[in-house]
Design a protein. Structure first.
Length: 304
């Protein structure tokens, strides 16, 4: 069932849309829900529970253009079809520039044009989401990639600084990974990477982020987390990987371990760039201590 959210302060218009949906060639594929105010519409839209949104231009004392922009700023990725009683070309352009995927004039809407617009928005929305995923995700593990990691870390640094909150970071590296590839081949190495990514992802909260930032290196961005708590997360990541052997697709079972370094703003660094550097230095201290362990940044102060 394709869930569609209608945001419109006119009940009569909502009823008219319902009637149009009943006349679709595949009307039973859709389920409509209605929000009659800007605020209710925003709340529902941000749940992410809808495949597409039909949004009216006029809402209370605000307008749909403002809602589109605000929703996008708050991370909404739901495809939006904009509709209005105005046929002005400037409104059309403003809607598309704000982020709407299609535009309809109320007086010209019929079942055929509405169904076509919805199918177009759904298809284009899927394409844009796939492109966003390619731009921000590591293809092998599905984790965030290095570019997205850098962007989010800078964003979280700014937020932590603004609200006076700590920001933790853990950097994790698979021990002796080159030996895995050299001994068993790259397909087994890929299986190890995917399983390690899955295990370390399981030790963080929903608000935290994990990225693959290099060949066998990962990073965990830990919001509102001080150095002690970041070290605790790093230790859990080490334990999660070492706890059980990794079974490759070939059936081969391998004992895999990781090493980790942990640090936090503002105790260990002044900037996000410095934070990564001190966490990475702690990681290499963990390697020097025999691997399969986590080291905090405060234990490496003064080291080159």
């Amino acid at each position: 069932m394709i869930k569609v959210l209608v945001i419109d302060d006119d009940r009569l218009q909502y009823r008219l849309l319902q009637a149009h949906f009943k006349n679709f060639r595949r009307g039973s594929d859709y389920e409509l829900e209605w929000a009659e105010t800007y605020d209710r519409g925003m709340d529902r839209l941000l749940t992410g529970g809808y495949a597409v949104c039909l949004l009216d231009f006029r809402l209370d004392d605000r307008d749909g253009l403002q809602l589109i922009r605000e929703a996008a700023e708050r991370g909404c990725r739901t495809p939006i079809v904009f509709f209005t009683a105005e046929s002005s070309e400037s409104v059309d352009m403003q809607a598309m520039e704000a982020g709407a995927l299609d535009y309809l004039v109320k007086g010209e809407i019929n079942p055929r044009s509405l169904e076509r617009s919805l199918r177009y928005a759904l298809k284009l929305g899927d394409t844009l989401e796939a492109l966003r995923r390619l731009a921000t995700r590591d293809e092998l593990t599905g984790l965030l990639n290095r570019r997205e990691f850098d962007r989010i870390l800078a964003e979280e640094e700014e937020r932590a600084r603004r609200f006076g909150l700590p920001l933790g970071l853990a950097v994790v590296d698979i021990d002796r990974f080159k030996e895995v590839n050299d001994t068993y081949g790259h397909p087994v190495g890929d299986d190890v990477l995917r399983e390690v990514a899955k295990r370390i992802s399981g030790v963080i909260r929903n608000v935290d982020r994990v990225a693959r930032i290099g060949g066998e290196e990962f990073a965990l961005i830990l919001v509102q987390t001080d150095g002690t708590s970041a070290l605790d997360v790093a230790r859990r990541a080490v334990s999660a990987v070492a706890g059980n052997p990794v079974t490759a697709a070939s059936g081969r079972s391998l004992g895999v371990t990781v090493s980790a370094g942990a640090a936090a703003l503002p105790a260990d660094a002044r900037t996000a760039v410095e934070l990564f550097a001190v966490a990475d230095r702690a990681l290499y201290a963990a390697k020097e201590r025999g691997r399969n362990t986590a080291v905090p940044a405060w234990e490496t102060r003064g080291l080159p």
